[in-house]
Design a protein around this ligand. Structure first.
Ligand SMILES: O=C(O)CCC(=O)C(=O)O
Ligand SMILES: [Fe+2]
Length: 264
């Protein structure tokens, strides 16, 4: 399979971008707070796997776990400058974990919607850094190559754990013209996987429960200086998050619904 290239695909992998030590320290940081269960950072979403509770998502993890600030280094920012072709600023980092096909999958979405950017200037990228191996056994992310060249699509509210706003409830409901460009993103710890805010991404719906290796990653959001936030989209997004979180609160998997998000 041909490597991803930013210009044609809206995504690119830079191998070995982050030191093994930072990766190792970050995993210990996560497992340490998992052991302390009662003191989870605000907004954390957990999931149950084989009768144990694991962290599934931590928003703005760099604000609560000092370690994570080290990921925002000059190499990551310079690469972002060259991909977005403008100066950039750092927005936030969140932590993601899943147990392969045993976890709820990531439904198709574009980060440009989740960050409430306006259609005229959805100028952002995500730098996704795996802390573990992410192979086929951990139900990796898939992207639609080239999807960043079209507009941000309509997103609907969803009950799915951790995913408030989605293009479709199942990846195979995406139009065929998009699905022919599907590409599985296989990553090793410390790679930096850059993808444009409008690149459609998801993981596959479970067909069996066999593939279940744990995968962990952080997602750094980087905004181009020409980006503009949309008030309308912010309201729509926050309503979707409120709808989504009421289900995870009922199940005891999170405690908190964000009432506002930062837009500038
Ligand atoms: O890890 C995943 O499956 C999804 C993460 C994601 O959508 C993101 O970081 O933008
Ligand atoms: Fe995403």
């Amino acid at each position: 399979m041909k490597n991803l290239l930013w210009e044609s695909d809206g995504a690119e992998i830079i191998k070995n971008a982050i030191s093994k030590k930072l990766i190792k320290d970050s995993i210990s940081c996560i497992t340490k707070i998992e052991r302390k269960k009662n003191k989870l950072p605000m907004g954390t979403i957990t999931e149950k796997y084989k009768n144990k509770t694991y962290i599934r998502y931590i928003p703005r993890c760099h604000e609560v776990l000092d370690q994570f600030i080290k990921f925002i280094n000059s190499d990551i920012l310079l690469k972002s400058v060259s991909f977005l072709n403008s100066s950039v600023y750092f927005w936030d980092i969140d932590f993601h974990s899943k147990w392969g096909l045993s976890s709820d999958n990531t439904l198709p979405h574009q980060d440009s919607f989740l960050k409430c950017l306006s259609d005229n200037s959805p100028h952002m990228l995500t730098c996704y850094i795996p802390l573990t191996e992410i192979g086929m056994n951990s139900n990796p992310m898939h992207i639609i190559r080239g999807s960043y060249k079209s507009k941000t699509m309509k997103h609907h509210r969803s009950k799915k754990l951790g995913f408030s706003s989605v293009i479709a409830e199942k990846e195979d409901l995406l139009p065929k013209r998009l699905l022919i460009n599907e590409y599985p993103v296989l990553l090793s710890p410390g790679d930096a996987f850059f993808f444009h805010g409008k690149t459609i991404h998801y993981s596959k719906s479970p067909t069996s429960k066999i593939s279940n290796l744990r995968r962990m990653a952080i997602a750094i959001r980087i905004i181009g200086c020409n980006a503009k936030f949309s008030e309308k989209r912010t309201k729509e997004y926050l309503a979707n998050v409120r709808y989504n979180r009421q289900y995870s609160i009922k199940k005891g998997l999170t405690e908190f619904t964000p009432k506002k998000i930062r837009t500038i």
